[in-house]
Ligand binder design. Structure first.
Ligand SMILES: CC(C)(COP(=O)(O)OP(=O)(O)OC[C@H]1O[C@@H](n2cnc3c(N)ncnc32)[C@H](O)[C@@H]1OP(=O)(O)O)[C@@H](O)C(=O)NCCC(=O)NCCS
Length: 179
């Protein structure tokens, strides 16, 4: 069973450990290096317990740690301060390709109805494949994707919305991207 748990301040060290696994994997894409202490730097983590628009989550599968997500309101890359933005999202290797990521993602999106943004570094094909499959399972009216160069990186940016209907029913779209 996949559980999504809001991470408490006391979970920060656990989340930081998972974040190191994520950053190690991501370093194969962006070439980032560890600092002198042998760890990847991630200066934003502490902000997730100090700012109301930042939300840290841990995933568990059958009670064991399985991943994490960091989501926040507003995307600098897109210049949009209204949408929810998936800053980081990670499932540990031995829990992949079992639906863990999709289940956790859907649960998180349903906590924050409204517009959403997911950014992926252009060329990160595994992540792109995941988002193209996962987003339609929760988006209520399809999704768009566009390439954005913010001067530092090229991103593929997915945008979609999750709306709870007046009747309270939730009806994910199976539409394909419109561009
Ligand atoms: C990307 C990631 C979150 C996927 O998690 P996961 O638990 O394996 O994903 P799921 O099992 O829920 O897969 C959902 C769908 O995406 C597809 N998918 C997942 N990973 C895929 C991959 N590497 N290649 C192709 N398709 C993939 C699955 O086949 C599934 O498709 P389906 O609709 O046919 O069933 C995980 O591989 C990961 O953490 N990777 C490293 C970090 C990362 O890339 N994060 C995203 C950064 S933006």
């Amino acid at each position: 069973m996949v559980e999504v748990i809001r991470a408490k301040k006391s979970d920060e060290a656990n989340l930081e450990n998972l974040l190191q696994l994520y950053l190690l994997e991501f370093s194969e894409i962006d070439g980032s290096q560890v600092s002198n202490d042998g760890r990847f730097e991630y200066p934003h983590l502490t902000q997730y317990w100090g700012e109301p628009d930042r939300h840290p989550f841990l995933f568990k599968v059958d009670g064991a740690p399985a991943g994490f997500a960091l989501v926040k309101k507003g995307s600098e890359v897109v210049g949009d301060d209204k949408s929810m933005d998936v800053a980081e999202f990670f499932v540990i290797r031995n829990q992949r390709l079992k639906g863990t990521g999709r289940t956790a993602f859907k649960e998180i999106v349903r906590m924050f109805p409204g517009p959403w943004i997911v950014r992926v570094v252009d060329g990160y094909e595994k992540a792109l494949a995941f988002w193209r499959r996962a987003i339609p399972s929760v988006a209520t009216s399809g999704f768009d994707s566009e390439a954005i160069d913010d001067g530092q990186r090229k991103w593929i940016v997915f945008s979609f919305a999750y709306a709870v209907s007046d009747a309270g029913s939730r009806s994910p779209s199976h539409a394909q991207p419109s561009k």
